[in-house]
Design a protein around this ligand. Structure first.
Ligand SMILES: *Cc1c(COP(=O)(O)O)cnc(C)c1O
Length: 408
C-alpha cells in the first residue's frame, strides 16, 4: 500500500485514513467472486446478506449497541442528514427547537439550517476557548419545546472530546432527543453508546481505516422506535430507513475496520498520542509564537491544531506540498472563509488563517514525525524572515509564496 512517493508524508488522518490492508483483504471476495444482491433469495444472495449482518454485528460490538439499532448509510454526512431532518420529520408538530454548538460539522449545520427554513428554531450554545460545550448555557437553552440536541463526540478540527454523558442527562430531563456525530471518536477513543446515552449517532468508515462512501446511523431502539423518518423512499433495505442495494464490499470493510480499530484502540491511541505530542513539542519549543488549539486533556490522540503567528497557513502548505496537512477541515477547503470551528472557539480571523491541522495515525512512523516537524519549522522560519525583510525594505519576494490566495 506504500505506493506513494517516499518523500510524501501523510499527516491528514482527520480528513481521511488509508484503508487498512486487512480491511482490503476482507473486502476482496465481495468485489470479485461474490457480487450477488443481498435481497436475492438464491444462495449467493443469502451469502451476501449474511456478510452484511456479520459486519453489522462487528460494528455493534465495537460501539456497545445491538445490531438492529444500526443502519448503514453512504457516510457520516448522510447519517447526520437522516438523523436531523429525519427526526424533525418524525416529530414535525410536537416540538420546534434544535440545539447545536458553533463547532459542529458542516453536515450538521446544513440540515439545521434547512430546518430553520421550515420554521424550526435553532439555538447555538457557546463553547469555551478549548471547544468544550458550556453545560450551563445548554441547561438554560433546554426547554419543553426542544426537539433535539446535536453535539459531536469529538471535533475533527481541534480534537475536543465533549462531555456527552452530561449532555444527554440534561437533554433527557426535558425529553429532548440527543444526536451525536461520533465519527472522529470511532476507533480512536472508546465509544460506548449505551454509556453515552445518546439516541442517535452518526459515523463513517473512512475515518477509521475503512473504505470511503460507507457510514452508519445508530437509532436507539432500532426501526421500531420511530425516532427518525427515512429521507428516501423505495426498496425496503435497512428496514426502510435507507433504501437502495447495500454496498456489500464497503459494509464488510466497515465491519472489519471497526473490529480491528477496537482491538488496537488502547495501544494505538497511546502510540499516536505520543507521536502527536512529540511533533507539537518540537514545533512549540523550536519556534516562537506557536499556539496549540483545543484542550490538553480530553483531546483526540492523533490530532493537532497549531496557530503559527504571522504566517498564513496557505503559504505554509504551498511551501511544503509533500506534507499532507490541512488549513482547516477538508470540507471547508475551497472556501475563502476561515474555519467556523476556529472562529467558534474565539480565534480572530487572522489567527484562523494562520492555523494548520495535523493528523497522526496508524501508519505514521517516528521518522515521519521528525521529518515533518523539521520541514514545518524550516518553512515557518523562512516565511517569517521573508515577511520581515519585505516589510523593512519593501523588497521583491523570493521564490517563496508568502501570500497565497486560497485556491484549494
Ligand atoms: C469526516 C466527517 C464527517 C463526514 O463523513 P463522510 O463519511 O465523509 O460523509 C462528518 N462528521 C465528522 C466529525 C467528520 O470528521
Amino acid at each position: 500500500m506504500r505506493s506513494r512517493v517516499r518523500t510524501e508524508i501523510y499527516l491528514d488522518y482527520a480528513a481521511s485514513t488509508p484503508c487498512d490492508p486487512l480491511v482490503v483483504e476482507a473486502m476482496m471476495p465481495w468485489l470479485t467472486s461474490e457480487w450477488a444482491n443481498p435481497s436475492s433469495a438464491h444462495l449467493a444472495g443469502r451469502r451476501a446478506q449474511k456478510a452484511v449482518e456479520e459486519a453489522r454485528s462487528q460494528l455493534a460490538d465495537a460501539i456497545g449497541c445491538s445490531s438492529n439499532e444500526l443502519f448503514f448509510t453512504g457516510g457520516a454526512s448522510e447519517a447526520n442528514n437522516i438523523a436531523i431532518r429525519g427526526c424533525a420529520q418524525a416529530h414535525a408538530t410536537a416540538r420546534s427547537k434544535v440545539i447545536i454548538t458553533p463547532i459542529e460539522h458542516k453536515s450538521v449545520l446544513g440540515p439545521c439550517e434547512a430546518l430553520v427554513q421550515c420554521g424550526f428554531r435553532r439555538e447555538v450554545v457557546p463553547v469555551d476557548r478549548d471547544g468544550r460545550v458550556d453545560l450551563g448555557a445548554l441547561a438554560n437553552a433546554l426547554d419543553s419545546d426542544t426537539l433535539m440536541v446535536s453535539i459531536q463526540l469529538a471535533s475533527n478540527e481541534i480534537g475536543t472530546i465533549q462531555p456527552l454523558r452530561e449532555v444527554t442527562e440534561l437533554a433527557h430531563q426535558v425529553g429532548a432527543i440527543v444526536h451525536a456525530d461520533v465519527t472522529q471518536g470511532l476507533g480512536k477513543i472508546p465509544v460506548d453508546l449505551e454509556e453515552l446515552g445518546v439516541d442517535l449517532a452518526s459515523m463513517s468508515a473512512h475515518k477509521c481505516y475503512g473504505p470511503k462512501g460507507i457510514g452508519a446511523l445508530y437509532v436507539r431502539g432500532g426501526a421500531g422506535s420511530r425516532l427518525v423518518k427515512p429521507l428516501c423512499e423505495g426498496g425496503g433495505q435497512e428496514r426502510g430507513l435507507r433504501p437502495g442495494t447495500e454496498n456489500v464490499p464497503a459494509i464488510v470493510g466497515f465491519g472489519a475496520a471497526a473490529q480491528i480499530a477496537s482491538e488496537r484502540l488502547e495501544s494505538e491511541s497511546r502510540r499516536v498520542a505520543k507521536q502527536r505530542d512529540e511533533l507539537e513539542e518540537m514545533l512549540v519549543k523550536g519556534l516562537e509564537g506557536v499556539r496549540r488549539n483545543g484542550p490538553m486533556s480530553r483531546r483526540l490522540p492523533g490530532l493537532s491544531s497549531l496557530t503559527f503567528n504571522g504566517v498564513e497557513s496557505d503559504a505554509v502548505l504551498a511551501n511544503c506540498p509533500e506534507l499532507a496537512i490541512s488549513t482547516a477541515s477538508a470540507c471547508n477547503s475551497g472556501a475563502p472563509e476561515p474555519s467556523h470551528v476556529l472562529l467558534g472557539i474565539g480565534l480572530s480571523r487572522h489567527e484562523a488563517y494562520s492555523t494548520v491541522r495535523i493528523g497522526v495515525g496508524r501508519f505514521t512512523t517516528d521518522d515521519e514525525i521528525r521529518r515533518a516537524s523539521e520541514k514545518l519549522k524550516a518553512v515557518v522560519e523562512r516565511l517569517r524572515s521573508i515577511s520581515r525583510s519585505e516589510s523593512s525594505i519593501a523588497g521583491q519576494g523570493e521564490s517563496v509564496d508568502t501570500k497565497v490566495v486560497a485556491l484549494r
